[in-house]
Write a protein that binds this ligand. Structure first.
Ligand SMILES: [Zn+2]
Length: 417
């Protein structure tokens, strides 16, 4: 075979073999000395492993520079060899970044250690050494591609919490009152939606969240953790990780809505779920900062993760109903208008993997001239914050009626069955 023909064959194979080790091997046999070049060009690189470890919930995020195939394997505790339960995730076709060759020791929470190694020439294996495993979920997110692993278990370790690269102030957690996690959407390089006169969603929702935080602490006496307290960018999966590992009992993500049709206005609240509603899908794409096609992929993932379990969805829906109702009635009373767009479900990444009742609230349409003007008014923001607190209080009271000494989420789940 002439050398130019070999090159042409290689070129064709190069196009179709980007993620196929078998074809890649054929390619190597044909290419001979060019093997190294082809491999380095086509292999995904495992760039970073991020983790959050709490007493009963651990989230690991594996960051890659392109898509890979992955599979997991759960290995039980091996008492004879003194090995803890391990969850292994194999990523193919991938190479490990040289910075990740040392194990990451973690002396707190459910996770004991994370290790990553080049298991085969084509496969990177990430191993989580765990205290215990009751359940786990794995799902991919795109743009950039990453694999998220949530592990639930029961820790025998001290109740010390550890987080990685989180811009949160450390807070004393003993003794621990009922805890709310507030998530002001967007931040930093991500402004969220921008109103007709330039008001940014990221600024409005931070103002509202700060007001809610202060009111909840003062009026309800709850502990409040915010996923951000200033203008900074935080990835969506990191926000849920805060809620889970800080052992939040409720999670509320606050946003302002937007639509190309500037006449649209109103208030709507969401719980996690799949939907065929076009407006909800459009909104999910925008809030997730992904394409409509990627939202379709996300819906498949949510179905795989079985997130429609009523035990988990019903408390979230009850929380959403309480907050939505309080917002509509309070803003209507104080400002004479508040369009109720209802409680819906949609695939929001920020709600995926949250074990506690979790909602996303769109407080008004920043794209609407009238509502943007109102969102500039501190009295309107105060009214929104008051209403959210009222809704939280109502939810807590309803849950208290049936819960006894149990947690809010567990009790409302039980009461609904
Ligand atoms: Zn938003």
């Amino acid at each position: 075979m002439k050398k130019s023909l070999v090159s042409a064959v290689i070129s064709v194979l190069l196009c179709v073999s980007a993620f196929n080790p078998l074809l890649d091997s054929i390619h190597q046999a044909l290419a001979g000395q060019k093997t190294h070049y082809v491999r380095s060009r086509n292999y995904a690189v495992v760039k970073e492993i991020r983790y959050w470890s709490g007493a009963t919930h651990t989230r690991i995020v594996i960051d890659l520079d392109q898509e890979v195939v992955y599979k997991e394997q759960l290995l039980k505790r091996d008492s004879a060899l003194d090995k803890p339960p391990r969850l292994c995730i194999d990523l193919t076709v991938a190479k490990l970044s040289p910075q990740l060759k040392e194990p990451i020791p973690i002396e707190a929470g459910l996770l004991k250690r994370v290790r990553a190694g080049q298991y085969t020439p084509d496969t990177v294996r990430v191993v989580l050494d765990l205290e215990s495993v009751a359940d786990y979920k794995i799902f991919p997110l795109s743009d950039p591609f990453r694999v998220v692993i949530d592990v639930l278990g029961t820790s025998q370790a001290p109740q010390k919490e550890e987080t990685s690269k989180l811009p949160l102030p450390s807070q004393a957690q003993q003794p621990q009152p009922f805890k709310l996690v507030l998530d002001p959407g967007h931040g930093g390089e991500d402004p969220g939606a921008v109103g007709p006169t330039g008001l940014k969603e990221k600024d409005v929702v931070l103002r509202i969240s700060t007001k809610v935080r202060d009111k909840v602490r003062k009026e309800l006496g709850w502990d409040v953790v915010m996923t951000r307290e200033d203008d900074r960018f935080i990835r969506l999966e990191d926000r849920t990780a805060v809620a889970a590992t800080k052992e939040g009992k409720l999670f509320v993500s606050i946003h302002a809505n937007a639509c190309k049709d500037r006449s649209i206005r109103g208030i709507e609240s969401f719980v996690i779920g799949t939907t065929t509603n076009r407006d909800a899908l459009r909104l999910a794409a925008k809030e997730n900062n992904i394409s409509p096609r990627q939202v379709s992929d996300l819906q498949i993932i949510l179905t795989d993760l079985k997130l429609n379990d009523p035990m988990k969805v019903i408390p979230s829906r009850q929380l959403a109903e309480c907050v939505q109702m309080a917002l509509v009635s309070s803003l209507h009373k104080r400002f004479g208008q508040a369009k109720d767009l209802g409680v819906k479900q949609a695939p929001f990444i920020v709600l995926v993997g949250a074990e506690m009742p979790s909602i996303l609230v769109e407080v008004s349409f920043i794209s609407n001239h009238v509502e943007e003007r109102m969102l500039r008014d501190q009295r309107y923001l105060d009214a929104i914050a008051d209403a959210i607190v009222e809704g939280l209080k109502k939810y807590a009271q309803d849950a208290e009626m049936v819960k006894g000494q149990r947690s809010l989420s567990a009790s409302t789940a039980r009461s609904s069955n």
